[in-house]
Design a protein around this ligand. Structure first.
Ligand code: SAH
Length: 385
């Protein structure tokens, strides 16, 4: 990601204009190396700084005792270690935890930790709000405020990992998996998501295996093209419908990038995954909308020759959605059809519903820059838009 490297030597701004400081939590190893070199320091010091940041969680340059005093002072002047601030925390009876965090923009977004046996999955946000407006997702109803920076994305992992390591010194609970399935569309913020994912997977960052870091997308085809060139993280696509007519209604982005184009670019990305891994297809089951057995039949035909695993997510309700969750037997029947056709198909259990932490329930506090929040509030209140 050399395009993001600023080779300029560090120097204090000489004007009175407020300058934004370098956001070090979002710096990849390569970026640190370039920064060190440009400042007459040795590249091999990059691991030292990264360990201070991501393994020892320091927030003060003074603490970096193996870095020269002069460079520490320089860093303190022009760079910062900025984590999003935790506004509140909610704990579910099932152990799921949700943090509301403050973005630089002032709006708030959510991060969810889901413990499951030895596994701990962190559901990370990439944006405050979302522009896509999928009909069944409450984040979309909040409108959009801003992209999160690479540091704010990595910061979510750092915060969760630090809290868990303090509470469980035996590491019984830790972030073992990351899914970019919180608020936002990661592929509309790739300049920040790509370095963030690289840091999550780097041993000097969080050392999470590429299998266990999943980028999820509603189907931004040019974004997946870019992934083909830049990463080998796991990929999930939010399909939700087996034909364009239905998908156009549920995921408006489908009008721009229809299913055939989406599957074609995913096939290309599958090459980055090697032989043992496949793309995950996510399918939110909505009662009476996309959960008929004929939809399962269509899906079987559509995904023939497309190696994948399928995750079925029973719709998680939120006020004013107008949709219902299918009965468990309906979900089972849909799953059984896919399994009979030899698709590896899991039903994702709903977690953290009592604290509104389930898929599609994350809302944060979005100072909306579109007028969508207002529109949906009017609809929810029964006033015609
Ligand atoms: N924009 C990305 C990531 C965020 S959504 C994407 O679309 O993939 C993460 C997953 O939760 C997606 O599969 C999404 O479609 C699903 N989801 C959204 N709202 C939901 C709801 N109300 N119930 C169940 N799943 C939902």
């Amino acid at each position: 990601m050399s395009e993001l490297v600023s080779p300029a030597p560090l120097q204090a701004a000489d004007s009175d204009e407020p300058v934004s400081k370098l956001d070090l939590l979002g710096f990849t190893r390569t970026q640190f190396e370039a920064l060190l070199e440009a400042n007459g320091e040795q590249r091999w010091r990059a691991p030292q700084i990264m360990k201070w940041l991501h393994h020892r969680y320091v927030d003060d340059f003074e603490a970096m005792t193996d870095i020269s005093k002069a460079f520490r002072l320089k860093l303190a002047e022009v760079a910062e270690i900025h984590e999003p601030e935790i506004i509140s925390e909610h704990k579910s009876i099932d152990g799921t935890r949700k943090w509301l965090m403050k973005a630089r923009s002032g709006s708030a977004f959510e991060t969810v930790f889901i413990p499951e046996g030895p596994r701990g999955t962190l559901c990370v946000s990439s944006q405050v709000g979302c522009v896509l407006d999928c009909s069944f997702c409450s984040t979309g109803k909040q409108g959009f405020n801003s992209n999160l920076s690479a540091g704010e994305i990595v910061g979510q992992v750092r915060i969760a990992q630090r809290i868990l390591s303090t509470e469980y010194p035996d590491r019984r609970r830790a972030v073992t998996n990351v899914v970019m399935m919180g608020m936002g569309e990661p592929l509309l913020n790739l300049d920040n998501v790509l370095p963030a994912v690289e840091i999550m997977m780097d041993d000097l960052g969080y050392g999470i295996s590429k299998r266990k870091v999943t980028i999820s997308t509603a189907g931004v085809v040019p974004g997946i093209e870019r992934l083909c060139e830049t990463t080998d993280a796991s990929l999930a696509i939010s399909l939700h419908a087996p034909n364009d007519e239905l998908r156009n209604q549920l995921v408006p982005l489908n009008r721009k990038y229809p299913i055939a184009e989406l599957l074609a670019v995913c096939r290309k990305y599958a090459k980055n995954l090697g032989d043992k891994r496949t793309v995950t297809v996510e399918y939110t089951l909505i009662d009476g909308i996309n959960d008929h057995l004929e939809h399962a039949d269509q899906l079987i035909v559509l995904l023939r020759d497309f190696p994948c695993k399928i995750n079925l997510i029973p719709f998680n309700p939120f006020p004013g959605s107008g949709y219902k969750t299918p009965k468990p037997q309906r979900v089972r029947a849909f799953q059984e059809k896919l399994v009979a056709a030899e698709y590896a198909t899991m039903v994702r259990t709903t977690r953290g519903q009592d604290i509104q932490a389930a898929c599609g329930q994350l809302v944060g506090e979005v100072a909306d820059k579109t007028r969508r929040q207002e529109k949906y509030q009017r609809i929810a209140a029964g006033v015609v838009a």
